[in-house]
Design a protein around this ligand. Structure first.
Ligand SMILES: *[C@@H]1O[C@H](CO)[C@@H](O)[C@H](O)[C@H]1NC(C)=O
Length: 229
């Protein structure tokens, strides 16, 4: 009796009461979702690069998709992520061979408390990789400082390192797909790329992460109410 009840409550209650004190009919506009998307890009720094193996692929994987975690940094004013492309890495090999490429991110909880990833932001950017940014140019030096600030460990494989050939590239966003969370309270769908590019973020975005996790607190409340361990 105890278990089924808990399950029924888990799957029916949250949608109705996750924002008990707020108007759940207010779904963000596409303009607001564009800001949320840029905030997510700013607050995360790992994503999944998805590509497709070329038809000439020797082990017979031609046409097959593959998604691999990679590092990115939000180093441009227009939401085009910066990547450190290791030349032998599958994602970059496929992209160089003309594969379409996407970068998928999801919002992570800043704490270990119980929360529901399904209620949180997800973003898929589709586009193409820029030609390499020369490492010895002003722009190359700028992205190195910005990228290694987000990823101190990446200093070991920046261009010019003795182990792997690598280069700075920009992920040039052409399409933006957004899943804000549960569709009754979050925007889900395409965000016009111009809206996404035109967002200007203030420097304090990281502090705003706290508000993004409002729903987490509500789930925390649910947890104690339902006595979920
Ligand atoms: C984006 O900004 C450009 C340049 O300011 C402007 O011309 C354009 O109308 C804006 N587009 C959108 C969708 O906001």
């Amino acid at each position: 009796m105890h278990f089924p009840l808990k399950h029924i409550l888990l799957f029916t209650l949250p949608l109705a009461i996750a924002y008990p004190s707020e108007d759940t009919t207010k779904v963000p506009t596409v303009q607001e979702a564009a800001v949320q998307a840029r905030e997510l890009l700013r607050s995360e720094k790992f994503g999944t690069l998805s590509t497709v193996f070329p038809s000439s692929d020797a082990p017979g994987l031609g046409g097959h998709p593959i998604g691999m975690m990679d590092y990115y940094a939000d180093c441009s004013p227009n939401g085009n992520p910066t990547l450190l492309a290791i030349k032998i890495a599958t994602s970059f090999k496929n992209a160089r061979n003309g594969a379409p490429i996407s970068l998928t991110l999801r919002e992570h909880s800043p704490s270990n408390e119980f929360y529901s990833p399904a209620a949180h932001h997800r973003l898929s950017l589709m586009g193409r990789l820029s030609p390499p940014i020369p490492a010895d140019s002003d722009e190359g030096r700028r992205v190195k400082v910005c990228f290694t600030k987000a990823h101190p460990d990446a200093k070991w494989w920046v261009p010019g390192n003795p182990i792997h050939e690598s280069e700075w590239v920009t992920f040039e966003v052409e399409r933006v797909y957004w899943v804000g969370g549960f569709g009754d309270r979050e925007f889900i769908g395409d965000i016009p790329v111009e809206l996404y590019r035109n967002v200007t973020l203030s420097e304090e975005v990281e502090e705003e992460d706290v508000t993004a996790f409002k729903i987490q607190r509500v789930w925390g409340g649910l947890k104690s109410m339902l006595r979920i361990e």
